[in-house]
Design a binder for this molecule. Structure first.
Ligand code: C2O
Ligand code: CU
Ligand code: CU
Length: 500
């Protein structure tokens, strides 16, 4: 039951050595970033936690991303092999304005093929980071396109076929933030009052290094770690003032679904989803995010006394996976190492350190959204997501690089129905177009409050059917529809469609 794609730390190191890559021991991005605990690491849950790593903010204009293997301090005093395309344990945060030109060179020094995809952006075909454009180590890929999207929290990650899961796990992911004038006029918290969090869950080996391996049941369910990592650092903490913060959250785990909430019971104010701002803020006790999804949140610490720690956590929920009795437990003995899906998980500590007097203002209206109407659709297609035996398929087929399964006329509006009769949840992601969620039947039975606005990824639980509507009017070309559970994706739950 061993997966040939399983990669342990030892194998990782061997591959690195075989590829002639020198692990940059001592060049700790966290230390370089001033991580080394001037405030003193704190002990929590038996493990030391350090300060949140805040990636450098960079312009996409002439940016060089060099993918390579390195070593990073992933927790105070704990060094691990990582993959990086800057220096840090997650990529630099790219910040652009709508309409801005992007000129990025990806250099691959990783020792294996890779390619970068701009998740949520809709660039031309050759700029989209489809796995057929993956470059071998020693080569580079040049991107040149214009940001066409409204203000929002997008991201970028490796999309090398059959290597996406380990490459994203080891660090080849980062945020791509887009700003525009509509957002600029809202007076949202910015500068120090804006934080971005890339959430992942990971496992550490005996020496503390990151461990990745998919065995037994996780070949079906996807990789589940046992500890939260934020921006590449284990369960960190961040000091905040008693003020209103804008907090962008990206769920970048391989398979874990988060139910985000605050430990003090304060609500989360959702202002944006995958494709930017909603029309109005929504106050919610929690927000669910599947892998690939984003939430743009306002969090109010103004009533929290200085000296208080508030945890961002994932609340416990019933695992949507089915049939765990037979398979899960039996195979769990050899396969299950991480926390089960739906287990409670502490993610990060906000430490309120400074009392400030600031007027807290949540705008009442945000940004207009053009509604796509069911009556405006030209046709409907059905996609069945199946996980049987060790196969993950869409409409009974596993991914093939050059096979095109659907042809969509350029400029058309279509309803796509995602059907999940498999035992596992599938976060379904579409390239090249954004969608609006029209309906959900079965399972949770409704469109959830955090699924408003423009989306590019939607969670489909076992027994659910989710209808989304999109307009395919960005570019012609071959693009992907896939499950964003990274193990499912690597094992073939992905298909090409052509816009023509
Ligand atoms: Cu976030 Cu095709 O990917
Ligand atoms: Cu994408
Ligand atoms: Cu899936």
């Amino acid at each position: 039951m061993e997966n040939e794609r399983r990669i342990g730390r030892r194998e990782f190191l061997e591959r690195s050595a075989a590829a002639g890559v020198i692990l940059a021991v001592g060049s700790s991005p966290l230390l370089a970033a001033g991580m080394s605990s001037s405030a003193g690491p704190q002990r929590s849950g038996g493990a030391l936690n350090g300060m949140l790593y805040q990636p450098p903010r960079v312009s996409p204009d002439g940016l060089l991303l060099r993918a390579r293997q390195a070593t990073a301090e992933i927790a105070p005093g704990v060094h691990s092999p990582i993959m990086t395309w800057g220096d840090g344990p997650v990529g630099p945060t790219i910040e652009a304005r709508t309409g801005q030109r992007v000129t990025i060179r990806l250099e691959n020094d990783l020792g294996e093929p890779t390619i970068a995809h701009w998740h949520g952006l809709r660039p031309p075909e050759a700029m989209d980071g489809h796995p057929r454009f993956a470059v071998d180590s020693g080569r580079s890929y040049d991107y040149d396109f214009e940001v066409g999207e409204r203000a929002g929290t997008y991201w970028y990650h490796s999309h090398a076929h059959m290597r996406t899961a380990p490459q994203v796990y080891y660090g080849l992911a980062g945020l791509f933030i887009v700003r525009d004038d509509v957002e600029g006029g809202l007076g949202l918290p910015s500068g120090e009052r804006e934080l971005s969090l890339v959430l992942q869950d990971k496992l550490q080996d005996a020496s503390g290094g990151l461990a990745y391996g998919v065995r037994g049941h996780q070949m079906m369910e996807g990789f589940l770690g046992d500890t939260a990592f934020v921006n590449g650092v284990r369960y960190p903490r961040v000091e905040v003032d008693s003020a209103l913060y804008r907090i962008r959250v990206l769920a970048a785990s391989n398979a874990r679904i988060y139910r985000l909430a605050l430990s003090n019971g304060a609500p989360l104010v959702l202002i944006g989803s995958d494709g930017g701002l909603l029309e109005q803020p929504v106050e919610l006790p929690y927000v669910d995010l599947g892998t690939g999804e984003r939430a743009d949140l306002l969090v109010d610490f103004s009533a929290v006394p200085a000296g208080t720690t508030v945890r961002l956590k994932s609340l416990a929920f019933a695992s949507p996976a089915r049939g765990m009795g037979m398979m899960g437990r039996g195979m769990g003995m050899i396969g299950q190492q991480g926390l089960p899906q739906g287990a409670e998980l502490d993610i990060l500590e906000f430490v309120v350190t400074r009392k400030v007097r600031e007027e807290v203002r949540v705008p009442r209206g945000l940004a207009p959204i053009e509604r796509l109407r069911r009556s405006g659709a030209d046709r409907e297609r059905v996609f069945r997501f199946d996980s049987m035996m060790m196969n993950h398929t869409i409409n009974n087929r596993a991914f093939e690089m050059s096979r095109v399964d659907e042809r969509v006329p350029f400029g058309s509006t279509e309803i796509w129905r995602f059907v999940n009769e498999s035992p596992f949840p599938h976060p379904v992601h579409m390239h090249a177009a954004h969608f609006q969620v029209l309906s959900r039947t079965g399972g949770r039975g409704r469109v959830l409050p955090w699924e408003q606005g423009w989306k590019d990824t939607v969670l489909v639980y076992p027994g659910e059917q989710v209808e989304v509507i999109s307009k395919f009017n960005a570019y012609r070309g071959i693009f992907l529809l896939h499950c964003h559970n990274l193990e499912h994706e690597d094992m073939g739950m992905m298909m090409n469609f052509a816009i023509e």
